[in-house]
Design a binder for this molecule. Structure first.
Ligand code: URA
Length: 233
């Protein structure tokens, strides 16, 4: 892909704006040599005002989503995109969340512009475990683990029962729940089906990938080795 198009597609500006930057000599290689807008150069070699270019398409971002942010590009209120560099919102292909977390859920959220990878992660065939830590309004009754593991729990308004899920009790009012699918508000609805109410929810892992010290609101681009961990059992 020609450099002008690559840079514009990364959300830096319109093609006209980016063409102006080439004209002004702001786009260079690592040695500072001015590049032409038609140049075909490895993105890692390109600098804009001396700064490395954002990662090219194939980007996977790991975000620690805080409570209060919506997984959307245009809802009113705070958006997950507010936590990323502004131009990431304008990338083409679009950087999309891999599944969603509710506004009131915190934790591990992936975003990618790689549609095939996104579908592989969310596909039930991949059977990727998603681990949630839930705080509850009432003490656990004791039968929730068996109900969630049964493979017969039918949520309100649904036609197919949930896949078996694993519950680990942490305290009378907190538990870790591991799911192998991702239905709408699934964790909250599962506990509601047992007469309880989730007061706080956090996703701690997707596959073998965890937040590993990433603080709420922080993010990092993933390396291929991290992506392998998403699919690891
Ligand atoms: N289940 C929920 O209820 N909410 C989430 O955000 C994710 C899973």
């Amino acid at each position: 892909m020609k450099l002008l198009r690559l840079i514009a597609n990364l959300g830096y500006g319109s093609r006209r704006e980016v063409a102006g930057w080439f004209h002004d000599g702001r786009v260079t290689d690592v040695s500072g040599a001015v590049l032409d807008q038609d140049a075909r150069v490895a993105p890692a070699q390109v600098r804009i005002d001396g700064e490395p270019l954002d990662p090219p398409p194939g980007l996977v971002v790991l975000l620690h989503k805080p409570v209060g942010y919506t997984c959307s590009t245009k809802d009113p209120g705070r958006l997950i995109y507010d936590l990323l560099p502004r131009r990431y919102r304008y990338r083409d292909p679009l950087l999309s969340p891999v599944g969603r977390l509710d506004r009131d859920t915190s934790g591990l959220l992936l975003l990618t512009d790689d549609g095939a990878l996104l579908h592989r992660i969310i596909s039930p065939k991949s059977n990727i475990a998603k681990c949630y830590e839930a705080v509850l309004a009432q003490d656990l009754r004791g039968d929730e683990g068996a109900i969630f593991a049964s493979g017969t729990l039918l949520l309100d308004g649904e036609k197919t029962p949930l896949l078996p899920a694993e519950l680990e009790v942490i305290s009378p009012r907190s538990a870790r729940l591991t799911l192998h699918e991702g239905r709408y508000h699934q964790v909250r609805r599962m506990f509601a089906a047992t007469g309880n109410h989730v007061t706080a929810l956090h996703r701690s892992a997707v596959g073998a990938l965890a937040l590993d010290g990433l603080a709420a609101g922080e993010w990092r681009a993933l390396a291929p080795a991290d992506i392998v961990r998403v699919f690891a059992r």
